[in-house]
Ligand binder design. Structure first.
Ligand code: SF4
Length: 497
């Protein structure tokens, strides 16, 4: 135990806190990110929960993470165990973290199934992108699930919980039920429709803590927009966040000014960074203040010479482009409506601007994809190579299996079996390697489990629990065996209401 205490102490010593603490220990919450500290601390939603609980004055929050090699689950702040907390909040961005959540509960000796936890406490609440896509896998486990954007609703939930004037969980649900986004666990009440909150914050959400031990080391994250103005056939951003809202440059810059001097790297968080028409002003602020301004993958629609120049000056060395397919028709069907010709010209401009490293995101197994599409993808990348004179470029391809998500145009698309997926990958990899591209594919077992969690009803948890401490491939096998005798698929009519 002393080892974990020491580790927590060291981690906290290296953190820079970016908000004023105002705590009340009489309402002490556990805030759990069921994955490593380094991943959780790079998550804006988790940062938001921690900051809110520790700055509002009538509550406090202690962080928990899931580290595979640690047997004891203790809070970062006071090294207390999870079972000592009356209210436990889980932040769930990725479906596979459901497995860690269950492992955490078992290690902490908390009963997994909601209907067997007959006492009022602990109250278990989960939220995040994965649950908004499909909350069903945790409906037998969690008491309440929050769907959508919690920015405005979170304080209303905490106020009601803090009052402690409810007899049982059903009584608490009756007090919470008018808050957009809240749904009860199956053991409290069965629901017929989802209730997703699409309220958006007035100001951009940003990091509450920066640390050299986060995956995004010492990086200050700030939203430049919520949601996305596009609606690609495979993408669930619209379902998760609702309408696109961009934050004015003035709002983003004023946050950066307030915390000036505490970081050198900024991560601009948005599904479509360049689509904010004030993004140039934000980049200019960064350049003038010697801040590196990082972005995630970019759409190509607005990647003109001015934006390329700004991206490079702001410290971006690799241009990450999500084109989904080298086949123009399939690319258009996926929602990325940018022609081959335009991509060639963007690459040329990018090389002329000074970029030497490129990463492309591709999806394989999209509905309707044939070997002809793969051949066209190889042809596309061959022409792309030839379209630039400089040959010493780093060209990486991240190839991801198509995973159908409820609420998207392609929600009924199937997950192609892993043998077929590997065959498709090998077709691309063999030819593209010769052209100087390096190709990586996502772990297929993890991708298929993700697909099953996103598309299954609450029964999926039974086979998962059976093999909880085994590898993903064993858990996957168990789920598929279970699915032979039980109906696991969700009703899309409910999942989309
Ligand atoms: S894939 Fe990207 S551009 Fe398309 S809808 Fe999703 S976030 Fe927007």
């Amino acid at each position: 135990m002393w080892k974990i205490r020491l580790k927590h102490q060291k981690l906290i010593e290296q953190e820079t806190l970016l908000f004023d603490i105002l705590k009340d220990f009489s309402n002490n919450y556990a805030v759990v990110y069921p994955n490593k500290y380094s991943i959780g601390m790079s998550n804006l939603g988790f940062n938001f929960l921690f900051k809110e609980l520790n700055s509002r004055g009538d509550s406090s929050g202690e962080r928990f993470f899931y580290e595979e090699d640690e047997d004891e689950i203790l809070s970062m702040e006071s090294n207390r165990s999870l079972s000592e907390f009356e209210v436990i909040l889980f932040s769930l961005t990725y479906e596979l973290d459901y497995i860690n959540l269950l492992r955490l509960m078992i290690k902490s000796e908390i009963e997994i199934f909601g209907d067997r936890r007959t006492r009022l406490f602990p109250i278990l609440i989960g939220g995040g992108a994965a649950l908004t896509i499909n909350p069903a896998p945790l409906l037998k486990i969690l008491d309440f699930i929050f769907l959508g954007n919690a920015d405005k609703e979170f304080s209303k939930i905490i106020e009601i919980i803090n009052r402690k004037d409810y007899r049982d969980k059903l009584d608490l649900y009756n007090k919470l039920k008018d808050i957009p986004g809240i749904i009860p666990g199956e053991h409290i009440k069965k629901i017929k429709a989802l209730n997703i909150s699409y309220s958006v914050p007035e100001k951009p959400v940003h990091s509450a803590i920066i640390t050299p031990n986060a995956e995004l080391k010492n990086m200050f994250l700030i939203e430049t927009a919520r949601g996305c103005p596009y609606n690609c056939s495979f993408c669930s951003v619209k379902k998760i966040t609702g309408k696109y809202k961009k934050f004015p440059a003035e709002a983003v810059v004023s946050v950066l000014e307030r915390h000036k001097g505490k970081f050198e790297k900024v991560g601009l968080v948005s599904s479509a960074v360049l689509e904010n028409n004030e993004i140039k002003k934000i980049f200019m602020y960064g350049i003038e203040n010697n801040l590196t301004m990082n972005t995630s993958s970019l759409r190509l629609d607005l990647l003109d010479e001015v934006n390329l120049e700004l991206l490079l000056k702001a410290g971006n060395r690799t241009l990450t482009l999500a084109i989904e397919s080298g086949d123009e028709n399939l690319r258009f069907e996926s929602g990325k409506k940018v022609s081959d010709e335009k991509i060639f010209s963007i690459l040329k401009n990018a090389v002329n601007t000074g970029f030497r490293s490129f990463k492309f995101y591709l999806i394989i197994g999209m509905p309707g994809e044939t070997d002809e599409h793969l051949k066209n993808t190889i042809r596309f990348f061959s022409e792309l190579r030839n379209s630039v004179e400089i040959k010493a470029l780093r060209m990486n391809l991240s190839i991801n299996p198509f995973i159908a998500k409820p609420g998207t145009k392609w929600e009924k698309g199937e997950f192609i079996n892993s043998t077929e997926m590997k065959r498709k990958f090998n077709i691309l990899n063999k030819s593209l390697k010769k052209l100087g591209y390096s190709c990586q594919i996502e772990n297929l077992n993890e991708a298929e489990l993700q697909y099953l969690f996103a598309n299954s009803n609450s029964e999926i948890i039974y086979p998962v629990i059976e093999k909880l401490n085994e590898s993903y491939s064993v858990i996957l096998k168990e789920v598929k065996n279970y699915a032979k005798d039980h109906r696991l698929s969700i009703d899309h009519n409910i999942s989309n209401t």
